[in-house]
Each structure stands twice: as structure tokens, then as C-alpha cells.
Design a protein around this ligand. Structure first.
Ligand code: ADP
Ligand code: ZN
Length: 604
């Protein structure tokens, strides 16, 4: 099967997301890859698909022992031969997985870094052909990252131990340039293909509030979103206890999670949340690494976290399946003091020299300052976040608490048509330009530069945007890039499928701009036209199956899949397969159950 066929057959999706196909094809050509993609972008498929296509075994190193089993179950449910080895398994289970590895019945083997030193892993390394080693959350190898884990350094010795060097594919959601360099050096990546897809998560609504009474504000939000589940992050264990108790007292089902609980309680509470037995989990930042529950509808930060990196990662746990989701931060100035205190006491138990300690503390101080600016600034929140990570982003996003108040939608259909067709005419002459030069052409600026190309005489779109300022042109281009209407290759603008469709289908387009009149803001991302009655019947059906099979509901189908099912209302196998997130195996397992519900609904 080809990569696209696997995407459809096992995962039930018909198109790759940004970056996935390129990463997969480099892996298949035998090149190391380094993918930096935000949470929810779809990193897993980038190694799972090639793992299925390569001859030998793929070893996936990931830090999440407690969730490994769930990940593997989810893959198995889709018909993918995966297994895991970790210290939480009993001996019978462990041996059975080993046997399957030797029989070639497992293609993807998940292990925690600590496992790499065990005799059984060393034996596998020597006796089984390993095609690829994948490292998830790879920023953990760097001590400059925000999550350094010494156990990750075991990967280096494991690689040395292998009789030959397999392909290395490594992934993370956040890595500054410095951390990325560090990762490359530590793991000795060979001429890796590096890809950063950009950090934007369109479906997330960002908001900062400074409520006088945080608990009251939390209650308000929960009342307004009655059927949704989410995470509430608090800065301390004490506060986690307090908020959990108060929520339960008010009749909301919530469990607590922090490092001071027993392993057993932590595990049980996490499971209760993953399996939808409770709606809310109140937690410190100890919760969440590797949580891939894809239907978390909101993440509320009860306090300001210590830096943007952590904030974006934690907030990013909302809406992984692509459905609209809320990321809300409650801020007050005492949050700064608490974080400051953490920084001052940083490194007390670490054996590092004083110079390095001060260096690391200073870095944390700067990070805290940037976080504070996010909370107190007066500009588009998404713009701020994306620029922080080095992405270029339009000045207004239209989907954050700032834009909701200060922006309105403006029709830019005609401008977009002009820009896209200009790039098209240039492409036909095999010419490619960056944004700045393109704007010169569109506005007939600096003519000399383009004289030899005789653009002014021969290009129909030359100077057609004279009446629009340079700044506005640039904003529109940035917006087109951010919405995927235009692509950039080595800084040169080029067209893609979406831009082609835009022209062909005469689509209209609008963009958020600073408000001038009083027109209200339309929030397109958060408007979903689903049939709520059918949706709740489908959810009920999913819940029953989830209880019967002892798997979390989202492992059966994500909310996004159920919404698409509502839209398409499939009653035949073919139609059911066309729903996003339905592959062959799931059609066979669940098709009948869900189609029965739809049938009954349509008949009623
Ligand atoms: P990440 O590891 O980058 O945080 P995941 O690999 O967990 O993200 O993917 C997030 C969600 O997106 C999952 O529900 C996954 O099934 C879905 N997904 C991944 N690739 C695609 C695709 N090409 N089309 C539609 N959904 C996808
Ligand atoms: Zn915004």
C-alpha cells in the first residue's frame, strides 16, 4: 500500500495535513527527520505510516509509561500491529509482547527510555532488523529545553549498541533553535530533514481574563459549556485540592491530579478523566505530558504559568481532534510573585555550578517576563504567541479575546484574487518572488528592478494593487499564508490546491481587521453547523461501545468524526467510509452500530 492508501485504510483520513507527507517520504528514502509541529498537528502518523511500510521493526521511544498502553490499544483498534514494553506490565504480558516481536507480528514497539538498557531490549537490537528509531518529545534530551530528562540520554548509548544505524525520526511540539541544535548534536542526527510546520492551531480560541473572583469566573464558564470536558491547571497542589473540592461541592464532577498523590490515585484519576467518567480534571503541570485525549474541549489556567512554552503546550491539549476549543487564562498579579519565587529557588537540588545556575535563572526570568506580557498586552493573543515561536503571523486572528472585541471581518475576495492570480501569471513564466518583491510588482514600485523582465508591459496583474498600502498588502499576504491559501517555499510564494480552488470556485474570503464601526465580530471558527440531537445520540452509542470494550470513547471515534458523521449522515458502507476518521477496520467494527442510530434518527 502507498502512504495515502494507508492513511485512508487504517486511519480513515483522505488528505495529509501540512508537513506529514514530506516527512513520511524523507523517512522512506532513508533520511533522518526532525519534525517540530505543534500539539495536535498529527506527528504520530508521520512515523506510524512509514513504520508500516518498512520491512523491519520501528522502536518508538516515548516518556509516557502510564499512557503507552492506551496508545497501543488505540492503534490496535485501527488494525495496526503495535505493542509496548514497560515496567508496569506483568511478566506474562511482557513475554507475550516479546514473542510477537520475534515472530514479526509487531511493527511498532513503544518503549520508555529507561527500558533501553534492559537485556531484552539489547537482545532485540541485536537479533531483530530494526528499520527506524522514533523519539517522541525529543526536546527532553536537551538540558536547555523546558523538560530535560536524564533518562533520554540512554538513547545515545542504545544507538551505539545497534549493529547498524537505522533511520532516526524525532519529534517535538516545541523547540527553540538552540534546543533543536542541541538535539541534533546529542543524537548525532545525520543530515536530517528538518521541518517546522508553524505553530498555529486555528481551532483554538485564546483568551486572557483578570476576574476579580476566579472561582466565580470558572463556574460561569462551566455553566455556559455544560457538556464539555476539560482541564483546569493550578499553580500549586494546595490550590488543586481547594478548587477540586469547591467544584465537587457545587455539583461538578472533578478529580484532582498532582505529584503529591499516590501513584494509584493519580492513575485512577487520570483514567476517570480519559474514560469520561468525570468531566473535569484539576491539576498541576504534572498532568498532561503525552495525554492524547483528543476531545478535550477547554483548558483553563487558573494561574499564569511560568513561561509561554509551557502555556502553549498545556493549552494545546485542547481541541486536538480539530474541533473548536477554548484556552482561557485567569491572570492576577500574585501569579507573578509565585513564579518569581519558583525561579529564585530553582536548582536547589540540582548539582550544577553556580554560574550555570544563574544563567538558567536569568533565562527563566526572561521567559516569565514574556509570559506576563502575554497576559497584560493589548494586541492579538495568537499573533503574540506565534511571533514568540518565530512564526510570522497576521496582526489580527479574529479568534482570540482581543480580536473578538477589537476586530471585525472585512471582505478581501478581490484583493486575494489579485494576489493569487499575479503569483499564477509569474509561475507560468517560471518566476517566483518573496512577499516584499511581489508587493513591489503589485503596486508597481521600483520599476527598474523588473525592467529586464518587462513585467510592466507583459504582466496583466502588474500594478493592480496601487491603491492599497504596502502594509495592507503585506497583511493580506500574511493572512493568506496563515490560512493555507498560499504556500512559501524557501521564502518564495507559491500556489497550492487551496489557492487553485479559490480561483476556480470563485470563493469569497474575509479577514479580521481592526474595528472601525460598531459591527459585531463574526467568529467563523467557533460556528459549527451540527445537528445537536443526532450528535448526542451518536455520543451515546459511542459511550456504550466504550464501556463494553473498556477503551476511552475518543479511541472509538473522536468528536470531530462524530460531527462529520452528523453532517454526512451516512447509511451505506461507502458513505460511512467517507467520514473523516473512519478507516476500513473501524467501518467493520462500528459501522453497523452507528448507521443503525442514523437510520433510526432519519426515520423518526
Ligand atoms: P500530535 O502528536 O502532533 O499532538 P496526533 O498525532 O495525536 O498529534 O494527532 C492529533 C489528532 O489529529 C488525532 O486525532 C489524529 O487522528 C488527527 N489527525 C492526524 N493526521 C490527520 C489527517 N491527515 N487528517 C485528519 N486528522 C488527522
Ligand atoms: Zn487575535
Amino acid at each position: 500500500m502507498t502512504a495515502s492508501e494507508i492513511l485512508q485504510y487504517y486511519f480513515g483520513y483522505d488528505t495529509f495535513r501540512n508537513g506529514q507527507e514530506t516527512l513520511i517520504s524523507h523517512i522512506l528514502q532513508g533520511q533522518d527527520v526532525f519534525g517540530i509541529m505543534p500539539t495536535g498537528a498529527g506527528k504520530s502518523l508521520c512515523y506510524q505510516i512509514p513504520a508500516l511500510m518498512m520491512n523491519g521493526l520501528t522502536i518508538v521511544i516515548s516518556p509516557l509509561i502510564s499512557l503507552m498502553q492506551d496508545q497501543v490499544t488505540a492503534l490496535r483498534m485501527a488494525g495496526i500491529p503495535a505493542g509496548c514494553l514497560n515496567s508496569m506490565m506483568d511478566e506474562i504480558n511482557y513475554k507475550s509482547v516479546l514473542r510477537q516481536v520475534y515472530q514479526g507480528k509487531i511493527k511498532l514497539l513503544y518503549v520508555a527510555p529507561e527500558r533501553l538498557e534492559t537485556a531484552s531490549m539489547q537482545k532485540i537490537a541485536n537479533e531483530i532488523p530494526v528499520s527506524m528509531i522514533t523519539v517522541d518529545e525529543v526536546h527532553c534530551v536537551s538540558q536547555w529545553g523546558q523538560d530535560f530528562r536524564p533518562s533520554y540520554l540512554k538513547i545515545v548509548s542504545f544507538l551505539k549498541y545497534l549493529p547498524y544505524r537505522p533511520v532516526l525520526s524525532v519529534f517535538t511540539a516545541t523547540a527553540t533553535k538552540e534546543v533543536a541544535e542541541d538535539v541534533k548534536n546529542i543524537l548525532h542526527l545525520k543530515n536530517p530533514f528538518c521541518l517546522t510546520t508553524g505553530f498555529n492551531r486555528k481551532n483554538l480560541y485564546f483568551s486572557v481574563a483578570q476576574p476579580r473572583d476566579k472561582f466565580e469566573a470558572l463556574l460561569q464558564f462551566l455553566k455556559q459549556h455544560p457538556d464539555e470536558n476539560g482541564i483546569v491547571y493550578c499553580i500549586s497542589r494546595r490550590l488543586v485540592e481547594e478548587v477540586t473540592e469547591d467544584l465537587n461541592h457545587k455539583g461538578f464532577s472533578a478529580v484532582r491530579y498532582h505529584a503529591g498523590l499516590t501513584d494509584k490515585e493519580r492513575y485512577e484519576n487520570q483514567e476517570a478523566f480519559l474514560y469520561d467518567k468525570v468531566r473535569l480534571i484539576v491539576a498541576t503541570n504534572a498532568f498532561g505530558m503525552g495525554i492524547d485525549k483528543s476531545d478535550v474541549s477547554f483548558v483553563i489556567h487558573y494561574n499564569m504559568p511560568k513561561n509561554i512554552e509551557n502555556y502553549y503546550q498545556e493549552a494545546g491539549r485542547a481541541g486536538r481532534d480539530g474541533s473548536p476549543a477554548n484556552c482561557i487564562l485567569f491572570y492576577d498579579s500574585s501569579d507573578i510573585r509565585i513564579n518569581q519565587y519558583f525561579i529564585d529557588n530553582f536548582g536547589q537540588n540540582l548539582e550544577i555550578d553556580a554560574g550555570l545556575k544563574i544563567q538558567l535563572q536569568n533565562r527563566e526570568k526572561q521567559r516569565l517576563k514574556a509570559m506576563q506580557q502575554y497576559c497584560t498586552g493589548s494586541s492579538c493573543l495568537r499573533h503574540y504567541l506565534l511571533e514568540y515561536f518565530g512564526d510570522t503571523a497576521p496582526e489580527y486572528c479574529g479568534n482570540c479575546s482581543f480580536c473578538r472585541i477589537h476586530c471585525e471581518q472585512k471582505d478581501i475576495t478581490s484583493e486575494a484574487q489579485k494576489i493569487i492570480s499575479c503569483i499564477y501569471y509569474l509561475y507560468k513564466r517560471n518566476l517566483y518572488f518573496d512577499s516584499e518583491s511581489l508587493i513591489q510588482i503589485l503596486r508597481a514600485g521600483k520599476t527598474e528592478k523588473y525592467q529586464q523582465l518587462q513585467l510592466s508591459e507583459t504582466l496583466p496583474t502588474y500594478g493592480i494593487m496601487r491603491d492599497i498600502s504596502e502594509k495592507q498588502c503585506l497583511e493580506i499576504i500574511k493572512y493568506l499564508i496563515s490560512t493555507g491559501m498560499l504556500s512559501e517555499k524557501e521564502q518564495k510564494l507559491c500556489l497550492n490546491r487551496k489557492s487553485g480552488l479559490f480561483l476556480k470556485e470563485k470563493q469569497t474570503l474575509s479577514m479580521p481587521v481592526r474595528k472601525t464601526g460598531t459591527a459585531s465580530v463574526q467568529n467563523k471558527e467557533n460556528q459549527v453547523d451540527t445537528d445537536e440531537a443526532l450528535l448526542s445520540l451518536l455520543k451515546e452509542c459511542r459511550q456504550k461501545l466504550s464501556q463494553k470494550e473498556h477503551v476511552p470513547a475518543y479511541v472509538i471515534f473522536t468528536d470531530m468524526t462524530l460531527r462529520d458523521m452528523c453532517r454526512k449522515q451516512p447509511v451505506s458502507d461507502m458513505a460511512f467510509l467517507s467520514v473523516q476518521g473512519v478507516g476500513r477496520v473501524k467501518l467493520e467494527k462500528y459501522g453497523d452500530a452507528f448507521m443503525k442510530v442514523i437510520h433510526k434518527y432519519l426515520d423518526s
